[in-house]
Design a binder for this molecule. Structure first.
Ligand code: IPD
Length: 286
C-alpha cells in the first residue's frame, strides 16, 4: 500500500493528472478513423476498440502507482470482471462516456474517473475530449474546469430551469413509457427546456457549471456518474435518488441538482423504475 495508506496518497494527487496526454490522444485520433462498432447488452449498447484500449491504458498507469487498489471499469465489467464496490480504494472508470456519440462523431465524449474510499467518491475527473475541458473535484476541495472554480446555478424556480436527461439504451416498452411519462410531466411543468448531451458525465459537469439546473436518469451505470456526482456536490449542488431518498452509486438511478427545491419539484414528476443494480449477482443460467 502506498505511503499514507488506504488510498490517501491517491486522494491527494492532482486529480487531472490521472488522465494522461496519450489517453486524450487515442480518443481524438480514433474520432477521425473508421470506428469498428460492437454491441454489448443490446443492439443499441455500443462499444468500440477505443473504449477497451483507453480503459486498459488508464488501469495500467494507475496500477503502476497504486498496485493494491481495486478497479471497476466499464469494459472490464463487460468482459466479466465483478462490479462490486467495497471499502477499499477503488478507481471507477468509464474510458469513453458517450460511446454512441463517439461512434457518430456527435461532439460530446468524455473520459470519466472516480476514486472511492469507503464507498465514497473522494476524487472525480471528467475530461470532455472535444471541448478540451478538464473537470476536477476533490472532496472538500471544490470543483474546477481547466483550473477555474465551478458553482451551480442559483435558480430556485424549476419553471426557469433547464433539465438534462437521457433516453439510455433500454428499449423495453415499459421503460420507454416511464421515460416519456417523466419527460411529459417535466416539460409541461413547464420548464425552460430539456437537454441531453449523450453522456452522463458531461450532463453532470453541466450541472456543476451552472448551465443546466438538474440532471436525472435511470439505467446509467456507476462508471457514468461516479466522478460527475462529486463535481456537482463540490460545486454546491446536491445528489439524491430519483425518489428523493439518499443517493446510491450502485443503484443505476440519479438526480443531481443545483438545490433541494428544484430537485424535489422534479421528484414529483419522475416516473421511477428500478434497473438491475450494478452490484446485482449475475443471473443464474438454466
Ligand atoms: C452512456 C451515456 C449515456 C447514458 C447511458 C450511459 P456509455 O454511457 O452516459 O448518456 O444515457 O445510460 O450508459 O455507454 O456511453 O459509457
Amino acid at each position: 500500500m502506498e505511503a499514507g495508506g488506504r488510498g490517501t496518497a491517491a486522494a491527494e494527487e492532482e486529480p487531472g493528472s490521472t488522465i494522461k496526454a496519450d489517453h486524450k490522444q487515442v480518443v481524438r485520433e480514433a474520432l477521425s478513423d473508421d470506428r469498428k462498432v460492437m454491441t454489448k447488452s443490446s443492439a443499441v449498447d455500443l462499444v468500440t476498440q477505443t473504449d477497451q484500449k483507453v480503459e486498459k491504458l488508464i488501469i495500467q498507469s494507475v496500477k503502476e502507482k497504486f498496485p493494491q487498489h481495486r478497479f471497476i471499469g466499464e469494459e472490464s465489467v463487460a468482459a466479466g470482471e465483478p462490479s462490486i464496490l467495497t471499502d477499499d480504494p477503488t478507481w471507477i472508470i468509464d474510458p469513453i462516456d458517450g460511446t454512441t456519440n463517439f461512434v457518430h462523431a456527435f461532439p460530446f465524449v468524455a473520459i470519466s474517473i472516480g476514486f472511492t474510499i469507503n464507498k465514497r467518491v473522494e476524487v472525480g475527473v471528467v475530461y470532455s475530449c472535444l471541448e478540451d475541458k478538464m473537470f476536477t473535484a476533490r472532496r472538500g476541495g471544490g470543483a474546477f474546469c481547466n483550473g477555474e472554480p465551478l458553482q451551480v446555478s442559483d435558480q430556485t424556480d424549476v419553471h426557469r430551469s433547464i433539465i438534462a436527461t437521457e433516453f439510455g439504451s433500454n428499449r423495453d416498452p415499459e421503460v420507454v413509457d416511464k421515460i416519456f411519462s417523466s419527460l411529459r410531466n417535466i416539460l409541461s411543468l413547464p420548464v425552460h427546456g430539456v437537454r441531453g448531451a449523450g453522456t452522463a458525465a458531461v450532463n453532470l459537469s453541466l450541472v456543476a457549471s451552472g448551465c443546466v439546473e438538474a440532471y436525472y436518469e435511470m439505467g446509467m451505470h456507476v462508471w457514468d456518474i461516479a466522478a460527475g456526482s462529486l463535481l456537482v456536490l463540490e460545486a454546491g449542488g446536491i445528489v439524491m435518488d430519483v425518489d428523493g431518498g439518499d443517493a446510491d452509486l450502485m443503484s443505476r438511478r440519479i438526480l443531481a441538482a443545483n438545490n433541494r427545491s428544484v430537485a424535489l419539484r422534479l421528484v414529483e414528476q419522475i416516473a421511477p423504475y428500478r434497473p438491475d443494480r450494478d452490484d446485482a449477482p449475475p443471473a443464474a443460467c438454466d
